[in-house]
Design a protein around this ligand. Structure first.
Ligand SMILES: C[C@H](NC(=O)[C@@H](N)CCCCN)C(=O)O
Length: 588
């Protein structure tokens, strides 16, 4: 007992401090992965990006992982341990993020293709670190929390990842304020800070390793083995769940990336928040808006993850009542602002990852106690189809909200059922190989759809793409500060007279209305602002997203087929996916 007391991880405050230090990487990398989603319109207006280029930038982030980086990272992780792997892969992610930020600011050259290619290079490097860093964070949580509050620690860590995604998407337009490099630099700085936090963690990790060696503790040995991979892919249940992972996540992560743009273009949500939609904290609206997300995260964890830790039922009830009251008070205090946020593209899209923080642990508990994992994956795939159909084939705001809620539930339900099911299908000593191979093929699907959706948007909207570019080019050619509204109007009229694909769209523009509106808005000085006014007036038509989202419906249909096949295979192979945790078909 004496030696156990000496180890750092046996002190609760130490464990939670370590979790805070390592979760920075999860938070920062998820933020950097997703924040561009909130910037798509500004990137088009300000940097001349097409949707295809936007998709290429996001899609190529996965390339190293498609070709085995997760597997290589896993092997390195096993050989070097979490400390070195975290520093190396966290360093690679930070370097990549910094290159992306520098490139977006024109450091490597200001012409469009240099900026795009260098940003892509940065994203490829970032992506090379991303997945391994997430595995490092999970492994480190296991190292410190095994035998203690491991499930809660995992939920907090994953929740911080989702919070990073949500805040990245929602706050990027506020941080950018019309200029993309500010938001990219901010996101890169977050990963840099996370790396410093991990370096501080490493000092404690060295100490723990010294102490635990005394105790004779070993790291869990989940090495990647190619021989295991062969065995895995000949297992039908594993094959179906791995393919389901590809199809399901490809219909969700890429959708989230484009969701702000879809809401703006298809459902006329706002691009930027109006002044009265901001919350101020210490004189800063970015800080104020950010604090809402942090508060929602704390409430989500307080509702979904902490009650399990309270053993006494009466204490738990009192605790839940107090949290519910506090939450009601919080909601009442931000009610009006929330109404405005629910009309804003990026703020509304951010609610999808945010919602999973509360729902994933709740569904996870259900799967643990009642089972039904394969059936819940079928339900999740059904909700996914409903979500995408409601947003592609229809044009009603209320249906879009229902679709987003369904997507949020599916995005909580399927992972809550899928990941524990892998642990039932695969022996513990092959879990590392199973997760690494699943994430590797998942990256193929993600890459294809991140890029493919953008390419499809351009493909189905050629006139709008050309008109937008011509207008943005014309506005960039002016120094807006030195030009009167009349010059801007005449310039736009001139491109309308030119030939080319854009002509049809530009000739439709009501130029008198444009000048009146621009003048009424205090003669905007940024290209992005003028473009936003033109879009809000309906002068630049919106993209038609019907077919790109319909492609995701196809993934939903594939998911449902795979989920049914998984259920059938499980009935034969008897892994007990439909049974509660800890039960096998032989117990029945
Ligand atoms: C657990 C699962 N994680 C993944 O799918 C990772 N391959 C993705 C990490 C990239 C972060 N956007 C999840 O997030 O549900």
């Amino acid at each position: 007992m004496d030696t156990i007391k000496k180890s750092l991880r046996h002190t609760p405050a130490m464990r939670w401090l370590m979790l805070l230090l390592i979760s920075g990487l999860t938070f920062g990398t998820y933020w950097f992965q997703d924040f561009f989603g909130g910037l798509k319109t500004i990137m088009e207006n300000d940097m001349g990006f097409t949707s295809e280029e936007f998709g290429r930038l996001i899609g190529l982030t996965t390339i190293a992982n498609m070709f085995g980086m997760i597997i290589v990272g896993g092997i390195i992780l096993d050989k070097w341990g979490v400390r070195m792997a975290g520093i190396v892969f966290g360093g690679i992610a930070t370097l990549g993020a910094s290159i992306t930020a520098l490139a977006s600011a024109g450091f490597f050259g200001e012409d469009h293709s240099t900026m795009l290619n260098m940003m892509i290079l940065g994203r490829i490097l970032f992506g090379s670190g991303l997945e391994v860093v997430c595995v490092v964070a999970t492994r480190t949580a296991v190292k410190w929390f095994k035998g203690y509050e491991l499930a809660l620690a995992m939920a907090l860590n994953m929740g911080l990842g989702r919070l990073g995604s949500a805040m990245g998407i929602a706050l990027a337009p506020d941080i950018a304020n019309g200029s993309v490099p500010s938001a990219v630099t901010f996101a890169a700085t977050l990963i840099g800070i996370a790396l410093i936090m991990f370096l501080i963690y490493s000092v404690f990790d060295i100490k723990l390793d010294r102490q635990e060696k005394v105790e004779g503790a070993e790291e869990d040995g989940e090495d990647f083995k190619f021989s295991d991979l062969v065995k895995l892919i000949t297992n039908k249940s594993f094959l179906f769940i791995a393919l389901l992972c590809v199809a399901f996540y490809s219909a969700v992560f890429p959708f989230i990336q484009y969701a702000p743009d879809i809401l703006i273009n298809k459902f006329e949500f706002s691009i930027l928040l109006p002044e009265n939609g901001n919350i101020e904290l210490f004189g800063s609206t970015s800080l104020g808006n950010a604090s809402v997300f942090v508060a929602l995260y704390i409430f989500a964890i307080a509702f979904a993850a902490i009650p399990k830790q309270i053993k006494n039922i009466n204490t738990r009830r009192v605790y839940m009542a107090v949290i519910a009251l506090l939450f009601a008070g919080f909601l009442a205090s931000i009610w009006d602002v929330m109404g405005i946020w629910l009309q804003n593209g990026s703020k509304t899209a951010a609610l999808i990852p945010l919602g999973t923080i509360i729902f994933t642990p709740i569904f996870g508990s259900y799967v643990d106690s009642k089972g039904k994992a394969a059936s819940l994956m079928i339900l999740g795939a059904l909700l996914l189809i409903f979500a995408h159909v409601s947003m592609s084939l229809f044009n009603y705001d209320w249906l879009a909200y229902l679709g987003l809620i369904s997507l949020g539930i599916a995005f909580s339900l399927v992972p809550a059922a899928m990941w524990p099911s892998v642990a039932k299908i695969v022996a513990e000593n092959r879990l590392g190989t199973a997760y690494a191979s699943m994430f590797t093929i998942q990256n193929w699907g993600l890459g294809l759809f991140f890029w493919g959706i953008g390419a499809m948007v351009d493909w189905f909207n050629p006139k709008i793409v050309a008109a937008k570019q011509a207008i943005a080019d014309q506005l960039h050619a002016f120094n807006l500060k030195d030009n009167t509204i009349t010059t801007i109007r005449n310039g736009l009229q001139d491109i309308g007279l030119a030939s080319g694909q854009e002509r049809e769209v530009i000739q439709e523009m009501r130029f008198d209305e444009i000048s009146t509106q621009l003048a009424a808005n205090n003669s905007p000085e940024k290209v992005d602002e003028v473009m936003n006014y033109l879009s809000s007036l309906g002068e630049i038509p919106a993209y038609d997203y019907t077919y790109p989202i319909l492609a995701l419906v196809g993934l939903g249909v594939i998911s449902i087929y795979l989920a049914f096949q998984l259920k059938k295979a499980d009935a034969k192979q008897r892994y007990g996916l439909e049974l509660p945790s800890g039960q096998t078909p032989d117990d029945e």
